[in-house]
Design a protein around this ligand. Structure first.
Ligand SMILES: [Zn+2]
Ligand SMILES: [Zn+2]
Length: 104
């Protein structure tokens, strides 16, 4: 069996957090009450995943084992692209672990 390439940590949003994300002017995503980490399995540091975004602003959820509801930050995107396919990495800048195009 091949292990999953993704971290499986889950953040559980409170109702207030869900309302906050849905009320953002850039809201383009349906806010789910649970979100899964987008980083490589076994990464160090805090978990992170895209919580809400548009072409202008991306809000990222970041959480750890002690703060299961996490917090939200606006972060720039990782600017690395795959050299052959030119797929852009969809993780925030300075993320840990592999780039998103290396995880498929
Ligand atoms: Zn994680
Ligand atoms: Zn990257």
């Amino acid at each position: 069996m091949v292990p999953l390439p993704f971290c499986t940590a889950i953040v559980e949003l409170t109702q207030a957090q869900g309302e906050f994300l849905s009320s953002l002017p850039c809201a383009g995503l349906v806010v789910e009450p649970y979100m899964r980490c987008s980083l490589e399995a076994g990464h160090r540091g805090r978990h992170v995943t895209l919580a809400q975004g548009s072409s202008m602003t991306d809000w990222w959820a970041t959480w750890g084992t002690e703060d299961i509801h996490g917090e939200f930050l606006v972060l720039p995107n990782c600017s690395i692209t795959e050299p052959i396919t030119e797929d852009a990495c969809v993780l925030p800048a300075e993320h840990v672990g592999k780039h998103s195009f290396e995880l498929v």
